[in-house]
Design a protein. Structure first.
Length: 307
């Protein structure tokens, strides 16, 4: 009888342990994601999807002030992922620094846009600059600023070429440098400047080519304020598609795969397009939706996820 009592008691204890285990909350895993600029609210939508799936994954955004920092931090292990750059920029960083980093998913397309506070159109800039058809601009040239970093400098040059202000050596392809400008059709000077300072210094220039990461937080809207917007393709070979990046050794990490899948959701697409007023476009498949549905998604996400 005594043995039976002990057995029953032991079973009771085991039952209690199993009961506690059955109702225990899954352990939360925090994933640090490096970002740049202030236009990162789409990650609230990613968190909303992860929470809806009861994934136990918590996104922690780590903000960096300049483009050269998140890859260094990821490579050294200070963060788990980053999501701030396009493929061309990443490839350039890997080539120059030897980083062991890999793309694990596409995110969005952020077209570069030429803005001006002084001129209402490209034609107005042309009229003010004057046509010169010269190998170099003169001393009184109108100054147009572009991002100074690697591939974004190239994008700025190509956009100014698309505006008809300069001509560029075709052999330079998608990555021209200043030395590849073969003719100044109009009297403009192309001035490289740190990307995150361009919105604040826009008044100092005739115009500036600015990425949505830095333009949107200052109230600039491409379709409303831009003089010319970079034409983009959503194809998989587009070097300017933004990406989620991990250390190469972590490309098969299951937690990171869940984060990528959450980003590639209808919720994130609706949030991204609605919240950022055409500045960013999803680079993954999504269904068309109404403005009302988009507004509802933004309201739901912002209410549920408060960072």
């Amino acid at each position: 009888m005594k043995k039976r009592i002990i057995t029953v008691a032991a079973l009771a204890v085991l039952g209690a342990v199993f009961a506690v285990g059955a109702f225990a909350k899954p352990k939360t895993k925090t994933v640090k994601v490096g970002v740049c600029g202030a236009s990162n609210d789409q990650w609230k939508a990613v968190q909303y999807v992860l929470d809806s799936q009861k994934s136990g994954i918590k996104i922690e955004l780590v903000e960096f002030s300049a483009y050269n920092l998140p890859n260094e931090a990821l490579n050294s292990g200070d963060i788990d992922l980053n999501a701030f750059q396009h493929k061309a920029y990443l490839n350039n960083e890997i080539a120059n620094n030897g980083y062991k980093l890999s793309v694990i998913g596409d995110t969005l397309i952020a077209p570069l846009t030429l803005y001006s506070k002084k001129y209402k159109s490209i034609d107005a800039i042309k009229a003010a600059a004057g046509k010169i058809d010269a190998a170099s601009p003169s001393a009184n040239a109108l100054k147009i600023a572009i991002p100074s970093d690697g591939t974004n400098l190239s994008r700025g040059i190509k956009l100014i070429e698309a505006a008809g202000l300069i001509e560029v050596n075709p052999a330079a392809g998608y990555t021209p440098e200043l030395k590849d400008i073969t003719k100044y059709v109009y009297n403009v000077e192309v001035v490289p400047q740190t990307a995150n300072t361009l919105p604040q210094t826009l008044n100092d220039y005739a115009g500036a080519t600015i990425n949505g990461t830095y333009a949107i937080p200052t109230g600039l809207v491409p379709s409303r304020d831009g003089l010319i917007i970079e034409k983009q393709s959503e194809g998989g070979n587009n070097p300017y598609v933004n990406v989620i990046v991990a250390r190469t050794k972590d490309v098969n990490n299951e937690t990171y795969k869940k984060i990528v899948d959450a980003f590639h959701s209808q919720v994130v697409a609706e949030y991204l397009l609605t919240k950022f007023n055409e500045a960013f476009f999803p680079s993954f498949n999504y269904k068309s939706f109404s403005a009302a549905d988009g507004a509802k998604t933004v309201k739901t996400v912002d209410k549920a996820v408060r960072w």
